[in-house]
Design a protein around this ligand. Structure first.
Ligand code: SUD
Ligand code: ADP
Length: 284
């Protein structure tokens, strides 16, 4: 038997860091939403008790370092499953991009195996398991639009993001989430974006207010390390995006656009700078 799961990318409409915790993680406030750029997973039963990962993408680990492998192993251990699975990852989300591609694959593996193995776990139970794999995994389990607090694992669902186009541009540089948090001086942050104001804008369906309230304190670190990310932001604004921000720890920059007629100009303009540009819809 086989099951299929879609694993969409996330963007952070706002990301604030409150302080560094004694456990080394940072206490955050984020509003996250999914966009229609997704990996596709095919999960097939195997006759042997083993986990096999394959992918068309040559640039991700296919062993126990893969987050989908870790998700399957965790579920097998916790639920006492003695069955094997082959997980094929059709990667479309750029890797180490600030779009939670690996986290979304892990979340999709939890959802898919819950069905394949008829485990009957609730969404909440899958989120709790997901939190053991990474801070962004719980959000990816249920998706939608949510306020995330704690280290990112405490979720409050909110109304859907107003429908719009999302243009994503990923420069050819690698950014490590751990390095970006490591270089952040949380007590020196002067301008904190407001989760409350962003939540109100989303809940009012006020697209212009969402654009005006975008903010991410991790930009301070990543833009200093990689000035080309700032240049991409400026290009996106010049080309006419309504709101522009770096997603997560970067380096992907996203632009929100309400009018479809503006999309080709922005997309084609960015392709002059970068190979990896995507124009997708927000997911409701
Ligand atoms: C920045 C964000 C924003 O959504 O996303 P990405 O840019 O990675 O997509 C997340 O906070 C990333 O979540 P995720 O990628 O799951 O992080 P984890 O695997 O849990 O942690 C990786 C490392 O980042 C740091 N980390 C992560 C989360 C957090 N709240 N505080 C931290 O200090 C820790 O050093 C940790 O060792
Ligand atoms: N299924 C997966 N897809 C992508 N990357 C993965 C996966 N499993 C493990 N990784 C590793 O996780 C790291 C972060 O990848 P990703 O989740 O795409 O980025 P981000 O945390 O910036 O959103 C990469 O270094 C990659 O090698």
């Amino acid at each position: 038997m086989k099951v299929y799961e879609k694993a969409p990318a996330k963007i952070n409409l706002m990301l604030d860091v409150l302080h560094k915790r004694p456990d080394g993680f940072h206490e955050v406030e984020m509003i996250m939403t999914m966009v229609d750029l997704a990996d596709r997973l095919e999960l097939s039963e195997l006759p042997r008790d083993t986990i096999i990962i394959s992918s068309q993408a040559g640039y991700i680990p296919l062993d126990e370092k893969n987050l989908a492998f870790q998700a399957a192993k965790l579920l097998k251990e916790r639920c006492g499953v003695e069955r094997g699975v082959h997980i094929h990852l059709d990667k479309k989300i750029p890797v180490a991009a600030g779009l939670a591609g690996g986290s979304s694959d892990a979340a999709a593996t939890l959802r898919g195996l819950n069905r394949l193995w008829r485990l009957g776990l609730s969404g909440e139970e899958l989120q709790e398991l997901g939190a053991e794999l990474g801070s962004d995994v719980p959000f990816c389990v249920t998706g939608g639009t949510a306020l995330a607090t704690g280290r990112g694992e405490k979720l409050t669902p909110i109304a859907s993001m107003p429908q719009c186009w999302v243009i994503l541009v990923k420069p050819p540089i690698n950014v490590s989430t751990a390095e970006v948090y490591g270089k952040l001086r949380a007590n020196a942050i002067t301008a904190h974006p407001s989760a409350q104001l962003m939540r109100e804008a989303v809940e009012a369906g006020d697209f212009q207010a969402v654009c005006a309230r975008l903010g991410n304190v991790l930009e301070d670190v990543t833009l200093k390390l990689h000035p080309e990310v700032q240049q991409l932001k400026e290009a996106m604004i010049r080309l006419g995006a309504d709101g522009v921000l770096m997603s997560g720890s970067g380096p992907t920059v996203f632009g929100l656009v309400s009018k479809q007629s503006k999309v080709p100009r922005i997309y084609n303009g960015l392709r002059g700078f970068c190979k990896e540009v995507y124009a997708v819809r927000s997911l409701t």
